[in-house]
Design a protein around this ligand. Structure first.
Ligand SMILES: [Zn+2]
Ligand SMILES: [Zn+2]
Length: 184
């Protein structure tokens, strides 16, 4: 089986963190996870919480050199689709649209583990997850803009107040009060 990124390299057997057997490329250090192997392994895992990743989370992730290169499935030659995972710089996992095999560039499997997303990779390719990721990115941008306009201290008070109102059973009264103050 050849590497989907640098096509002349042969993949070798390896066992990834979490005890998942995979095929490893010695040149680019990417890993190919066979669909049936993943499926079987997934059955034995605890389900993850699957929350979108805040963009400012710093885990020292650096995209692999071949991350952006399009690849074909080493098994069925289907197109490898990319799923965007928050983070900055953005992080992508690839998956064969035809057979469901998963490709992780160098270090990407470990990042997935770190984020608790490794036990449900197929879900990352659904419209539902992609929608949540975009929402999260929008919220992060809005938060950064608020800090920029109001300064760290006042912005933090606003965030705290928003959270208190959100969690209070009558929080919408507080929101209505603020809106009246500013729309009169
Ligand atoms: Zn490779
Ligand atoms: Zn395939």
């Amino acid at each position: 089986m050849q590497c989907p990124k640098d096509k002349t390299e042969s993949l070798m057997d390896v066992v990834l963190a979490g005890d998942l057997p995979a095929k490893h490329c010695p040149a680019c250090e990417g890993n190919w996870i066979l669909p049936e192997v993943y499926h079987e392994w997934q059955q034995q895992q605890e389900p993850s919480k699957l929350e979108p990743v805040p963009a400012d989370l710093d885990i020292g992730y650096e995209p692999a050199a071949l991350d952006a290169r399009a690849g074909l499935c080493p098994e069925c030659h289907g197109f490898l689709a990319r799923a965007r995972i928050g983070l900055n710089p953005a992080f992508y996992v690839e998956r064969c649209a035809r057979c469901g095999g998963i490709w992780c560039d160098r270090h990407e499997w470990d990042v997935l583990i770190h984020l608790g997303l490794h036990t449900d990779v197929p879900y990352l390719f659904t419209a539902d997850w992609q929608h949540q990721t975009r929402e999260q990115e929008y919220l992060d941008r809005e938060r950064r803009a608020t800090v920029e306009k109001l300064g760290e201290e006042l912005a933090q008070q606003i965030f705290d107040l928003a959270e208190k109102l959100e969690n209070h059973p009558n929080g919408d009264f507080g929101v209505a009060y603020l809106m009246r103050r500013f729309t009169a």
